[in-house]
Structures are given as C-alpha cells and as structure tokens.
Design a protein around this ligand. Structure first.
Ligand code: ADP
Length: 504
C-alpha cells in the first residue's frame, strides 16, 4: 500500500494532488526549483526538497534528481501530475527499475500513445475511427501525391506533437511544401523529433474528449465527456461537461469507443481519449493523453469522483470501485483557465508579485490555484496560475454562476485573462452552447473589445485597490500610536467592507 508519494510537479496541480493525499492519510514530498522556494506546493507537502535550477530542464524535468530525492525520502510512489515528466516513458521505466510505483499507465501505453503515428496505427488495428490521413513518416517527394489522395484542406502534424505545436493547416496546393518544412522545423525545435504526417482537416469540428479509468485487472470504464472546443492556437481555455453539442446516442457510442481504445493498449490508470466531432456527428480519434488532464475537475464535479484518489487506488493494484452503470452525470460544470498574461498585448505572459487576491466563494465554486498575496510569479513556467470551476444543476445556472464568480475574482499586481474570459462567456454563441474550435477566431474582435475607461467595472477595480491601499496604510504598525484610537473610518474602507473584500 502506498504510504508516501513524491509529487514531481509544481503549481496548482501539485497542491491539488497533495489535497487528495491528505484526505487519504498519505504523506507527501514536494520537489521544487530554486525560484519556487515560495511556491504554495512547498508549504502544503509534509516534506519538501529543493532540486535546484530554475528552468524546467534543470529541475522538474531532471529525472536523476527527482529519483534521488524519491529514494532519499523513501517514498513508495511518484505522481507526475500533467506536463513535465507525466508522459515520459523513460521516467516511468526508471521508477519501475528503482522499485517506485509510477502513478500512471505502463511504459508501453505511454510509448504507443505518445507518438501520434503509432497511436493512429494501433487505433486503426483496433477498429477505432481515426481522422483520415497517413500513418507513415512523410517524405517530401510523397507530399503532393498524398495531399491529392486525401484532398485539401489538410493539416500537417508532428508525430511527437503536443500543446498545439508543430501543426500547419494547408488550404492551397502551392503552400504544401513550405508548410511541411515549417512544421518539421517547429517539431524539431520543440520535441527533438521532426517526423510529421498528414491528417484531413476537419472543418469547424468540436473537440470532445472522454475521461477513462482502467485497473490492473483489465477493467476499464469511461467517466463521460468534456467539451474543449474553446481553443486559442489549438490550446484549450474553457472546458465544460457534459458537452452541449453531442446527443445522448452519440455520447453513448463515443464512450464505448473510448473504452475500446483504452483496452487496445491494456490501459491502466486515468487517461483521456480525445475525439474530433464533425457537423454530422461523425467522430474521429485524435489522440490519447496518458495522464491526468488540466480539465479533470469538471468531470469530478459532475460525477462526484475524485480522480486523483482513483489513480492512487488503481496504483495500489485494487479493482475499480465502480462499474459503468454506476457512473451518472449530474448537473453541469464549467472550467476557466486563469492565466497570468496580457490579453490586450498579444497574450504575453505577465510576471511579477501578486499584490492582492480576492477569491470568489459560494455554492458550486471551486478554485484550484496556488497563488497568494506577496507571491512572485516566475518567468520560467506555464502562465496558468489557476482554474476556476463552477458546478450547477444545469448549464444555464452554471453559466450564470461563472459570470458572477469571474466578476468577483480580483487579482492585482500582475495582468490576468479574467476580463477576457468575462467577455468571452457573454458572447451569444457561447451562451447558446453553439460553438466549435473556430469560436475564438470568429469572435476575436468582439472578445478583445476593451471596456471604456468610464464604465463601472473599471472604476470598481480602482476603488477596490484604493480600499486595499487604505487598509494597508491603516494597519496598526503603520499608524502612530497617538492616532490609533481616533482614526476616522475611511469611505474606502467602508466600500471594501461592503464589497466583502475587507473583513476589518
Ligand atoms: P496537440 O497534441 O498538440 O494538442 P491535437 O492533435 O490534440 O494536438 O490537436 C489539438 C487541436 O488542434 C484539436 O483540438 C483541434 O482543434 C485541432 N486539430 C487537430 N487536428 C485537426 C484536424 N485533423 N482537423 C481539424 N482540427 C484539428
């Protein structure tokens, strides 16, 4: 039985995993880079070890250092979270060799599914519908012939791809060669592997994915669907569950196919089977992520299942706790990814000290984050600083709730995408649930619209800042003793109290 786990990750996901471990009575070990000394996951864990360096390659991607800490702290298992080493077969193998449980699938599944060409081949062999395209390494002399066979538009993709990188859309025959070269060089620099292949470009599809769980006894269930079509540069921004697009019949069929896909690679642990769904509800396997996804909380909210606990339960060699018939979707959940970025200025990451945070609360609200007042966001890692998740009995109520909590969420000192998300979820097609992966591109100008200076939202932000500054200036240690008893109550402090941002 696992009694102590090292979390080979940082930020919100490390904190989130530690929370589940705490509930299960499992001890935790955090690892951190030099610059992450003050990161919240370090304070949350029972033990914490600095693994040096600042960049990911010196720290969270350094297999030797992480294994050394795991041995030094005598952990039974390592949870890799998402990103970093979570889909690294070599890391999973090293854990196995060292007698440490890797909380994830076996190395063969990671290898097969981590390469888009080999996963396509495996899925085709298992009778799973894949996006039409090639399943071989593409040579330049074959390009035009393959293109003509598949028919334009096409998308050239890196077999080692991830995070939307190494992908090129081609609409004109004349552009094929150039797109091929660009995709290859991007793939080489991002993944150290320049193998690319071609898929038919599905026009305006939906990205719908299924969460699955498999145990070491051959049982696999799916935990239903997530709609992830709100994407910027092929990266998800908002996810919801259930998908507002697919019908109950399509949902059932997709769930069955997702389970078959997982069984085809003897999948163990939590994973996600991603599909593209076209306008006629044809669905095609896109890829399988062999780890916990960023957006897993919406599934947890709709099903009442803690996926991290289930991962640990499976890693302990236990049988799944439920059968498919026991798993029922209840209500609706939406997640917004909160990022430290300047949405008015090319979405460049915003770093610096977090001066003030007001976290929304209330029924059906969940925040998975790790920032706090005074925390300095480093330049080295992903700009996502948290996730705002709401749950309600239906989609309409969930949207109302998301609108309310986004307005309530205040972070200052750094720039965030909260205002952008507020505008996005008010766009009529989003409200109606009538959107595809082209939604952001189609509505970019409307979402980017800045709120005029004199509108209340801006004035309110300024007033909240004033209330907070007033509060800081009036803290006991800042006020001369003689003045302390006769301080007038500032109207800014009153304002802060009324808004619920100051409690004193
Ligand atoms: P990555 O592994 O880089 O995330 P994916 O293969 O999962 O790449 O695709 C990411 C997104 O790119 C999809 O959700 C979809 O919006 C778009 N995409 C990928 N392949 C296609 C395709 N064949 N047709 C249309 N859109 C696609």
């Amino acid at each position: 039985m696992i009694k102590k786990i090292l979390i080979a990750n940082r930020g919100e996901i490390a904190v989130r995993i530690i929370r589940s471990c705490n509930e299960m009575g499992i001890k935790t070990v955090a690892v951190y880079s030099e610059v992450d000394r003050t990161s919240q996951h370090v304070f949350y864990a029972d033990e914490a070890c600095c693994i040096g360096g600042d960049s990911a390659s010196e720290s969270y991607l350094n297999i030797d250092k992480i294994i050394a800490v795991a041995k030094q702290c005598s952990v039974d298992a390592i949870h890799p979270g998402y990103g970093f080493l979570s889909e690294n077969a070599e890391f999973a193998r090293r854990c196995e060799q060292e007698g440490i449980v890797f909380v994830g699938p076996n190395t063969e599944s990671i290898e097969t599914m981590g390469d888009k060409i080999s996963s396509r081949k495996t899925m085709i062999a298992a009778g799973i519908p894949v996006v039409p395209g090639t399943s071989e390494k593409l040579a330049p002399e074959d390009l035009l012939r393959v293109c003509d066979n598949i028919g334009l538009p096409i998308i050239i993709k890196a077999t080692a791809g991830g995070g939307g990188k190494g992908m090129r859309l081609v609409r004109e025959r004349a552009d094929v060669l150039e797109a091929y070269q660009t995709a290859r060089s991007e793939a080489r620099s991002s993944f150290g592997n320049d193998t690319v292949y071609i898929e038919k470009y599905i026009e305006a599809p939906h990205h719908v994915e299924f969460q699955i769980l498999g145990d070491k006894h051959g049982n696999v269930v799916h935990l239903f669907d997530r709609e992830c079509s709100v994407q910027r540069r092929h990266q998800k921004i908002i996810e919801e569950s259930p998908s507002p697009y697919i019908t109950p019949e399509v949902r059932q069929k997709m769930g069955e196919v997702a389970v078959r896909a997982a069984k085809a690679v003897n999948y163990v642990g939590a994973g996600t089977v991603e599909f593209l769904v076209d306008k006629d509800y044809n669905f095609y396997f896109l890829e399988m992520n062999t780890r916990l996804q960023v957006e897993h909380p919406i599934t947890e909210e709709v099903l009442g299942i803690d996926i991290v606990k289930e991962q640990i339960h499976i890693a302990n060699g236990k049988k799944l706790r439920f059968e498919q018939k026991d798993i029922v979707q209840h209500g609706h959940a939406i997640e917004c990814r909160i990022c430290a970025e300047d949405t008015d200025n090319g979405f460049i990451p915003s770093v610096g000290v977090v001066r003030y945070v007001h976290v929304p609360q209330g029924i059906g609200v969940r925040i998975d984050s790790y920032i706090y007042e005074g925390y300095e966001i480093p330049v080295f890692y992903d700009p996502m600083i948290g996730k705002l998740i709401v749950w309600a009995t239906n989609r309409e109520y969930a949207l109302e709730r998301m609108q309310r909590v986004l307005k309530e969420y205040k972070i200052s000192g750094i720039k965030t995408n909260i205002g952008y998300l507020c505008r996005l979820i008010g766009i009529p097609d989003f409200v109606k649930g009538n959107y595809t992966t082209h939604f952001l591109e189609k509505n970019a100008a409307r979402i980017a619209k800045k709120i005029p200076e004199n509108e209340t939202a801006n004035n309110e932000d300024i007033a909240i800042m004033a209330a907070y500054i007033d509060y800081l200036m009036n803290m006991e240690e800042n006020v001369p003793k003689t003045l302390q008893d006769n301080r007038p109550i500032s109207r800014w402090r009153e304002f802060g109290k009324r808004k619920g941002i100051l409690r004193i």
